[in-house]
Design a protein around this ligand. Structure first.
Ligand code: GCO
Length: 427
């Protein structure tokens, strides 16, 4: 229901934004485990990230397009491998680079929201096992503290780890949800010779070296280690900037029980979501990232109906998932929610708008019902490197020419900007 008179259901100061991640947009992120894995024979990546969107050089244009459209928030990530290219060696020049991004946001009236780990880790940490390395929490906290010190009071919103629950969600509930089929398929298909070549490239032992993306965070020990990494990172950020708002961003598939699937649904919600949401109870906010639902029968996931509208990724276009996930997160975590990702991989921009409108209506209804939601950050600003699927998936509000890097805004960017300008009144 639209709000009465001219009042908006969305609170004042609501964050309306779009997100990107460094490895998916910057280009030439050569110091990471990902870059190494992209270039081995039998790589699980369909193509290498290469120049990506060249946002390392073109960030000012990206931010300007976002701001001109009417959005007020930009979520982007800092690449740990650039900032700390060798263990303990911090690059002031790279920290300055990211500070310039922060300043470009502020100059444009845009709130920067900084993710400190969006899947990629430095190759030197891949070498020692990434999140399987017992030193990971301390190393991650040290890096986060350095970034937050460098940014000072210029940044308030920090996301520590992106989707640390992905591996648990995929494996601990004994299922592979639709949302992760691409990634888990690729990891499962990883050829031993590819792992050996990867280990060689990062200078490690094949039994130890890890890419370090969250699909690999599935053992109880690794899960506890990322929880610890998050807590220590939060402390380090707050020590540098007591006014910082810190949270982590969780992949929340809307699991729905079907015909006897209640027990399995409960298990996967606990293992893949709630145990991580409870960690957020100590945070300033929880980041919710929702794209789709997964219907669960007693034996496992139920396939997407043949007549369903689907993403390019094969996921069901089910925008009602967002409102459901936000309610789940708020109930378990008990802290304010920021939607840090939601969007649709499609070549049909009208379909993107329709999906997003329905998702936002669900968000509005949740707010009307009393859920404390502080922002909606769309995935993604630019068509970019969709991990194992490469450049074929187009989640962007802006398309990018793969040869010239020329940006072309899609109608969905202007549409979302107008919603933002009216603080959601136009929904
Ligand atoms: C993730 C990441 C994003 C993805 C997006 C679409 O969820 O994997 O946070 O980097 O690109 O979710 O799959």
């Amino acid at each position: 229901m639209p709000a009465a008179d001219n009042a908006s259901v969305f609170p004042d100061g609501f964050l309306w934004g779009a997100a990107t991640a460094g490895h998916q947009t910057e280009g030439n992120n050569t110091l990471t485990g990902h870059w190494a894995m992209e270039h081995v024979e039998k790589s699980p990546f369909t193509e290498p990230s290469g120049d990506a969107c060249d946002s390392y050089h073109r960030y000012a244009e990206d931010i300007a397009l976002l701001a001109e459209a009417g959005l007020n928030t930009y979520r982007f990530s800092v690449e740990w491998a650039r900032v700390e290219p060798e263990p303990g060696l911090f690059s002031t020049a790279e920290l300055d680079h990211y500070l310039r991004m922060v300043q470009a946001c502020r100059d444009a009236g845009v709130t920067p929201m900084v993710t400190l780990n969006h899947f990629t880790v430095p190759a030197w940490l891949s070498r020692t096992g990434a999140w399987d390395d017992e030193a990971a929490p301390e190393l991650f906290a040290r890096y986060c503290g350095r970034v937050a010190t460098h940014f000072g009071s210029a940044v308030t919103w920090y996301c520590t780890l992106n989707e640390p629950n992905l591996g648990a969600m995929m494996t601990m509930g004994g299922l592979v949800p639709m949302s992760a089929l691409e990634d888990v398929g690729a990891v499962a298909r990883l050829d031993p010779s590819a792992q050996a070549a990867f280990a060689h490239r990062v200078g490690g032992d094949p039994d130890v070296a890890r890419l370090g993306d969250p699909t690999q965070i599935a053992s109880t020990a690794a899960i506890e280690r990322v929880k610890e990494s998050h807590r220590r990172a939060r402390a380090a950020i707050k020590q540098a900037n007591p006014a910082a708002k810190v949270g982590w961003t969780l992949a929340l598939v809307d699991f729905q029980a079907f015909d006897g699937g209640e027990e399995l649904t409960g298990q996967v919600r606990e293992a893949g979501g709630s145990q991580f949401l409870r960690v957020s109870a100590e945070d300033d906010f929880v980041g919710v990232q929702t794209y789709t639902r997964q219907v669960m029968g007693p034996e496992g996931p139920v396939l997407v109906p043949e007549d369903a509208i689907v993403f390019q990724t094969g996921w069901e276009a089910y925008p009602e998932a967002l409102g459901n996930s936000v309610r789940w997160a708020a109930e378990v975590a008990g802290v304010p929610v920021v939607v840090t990702e939601n969007g649709m991989a499609t070549a049909d921009d009208e379909a993107r708008i329709a999906y997003t409108r329905t998702a936002l209506e669900g968000l509005r209804d949740a707010i009307e019902d009393g859920v404390d939601v502080r922002g909606y950050v769309h995935w993604t600003l630019l068509d970019n490197f969709e991990w194992h699927s490469g450049y074929a998936m187009t989640f962007g509000l802006i398309s990018v020419d793969r040869d010239t890097f020329e940006r072309t805004t899609k109608p969905s960017l202007g549409w979302l900007g107008e919603i933002a300008r009216g603080n959601g009144r136009a929904l």
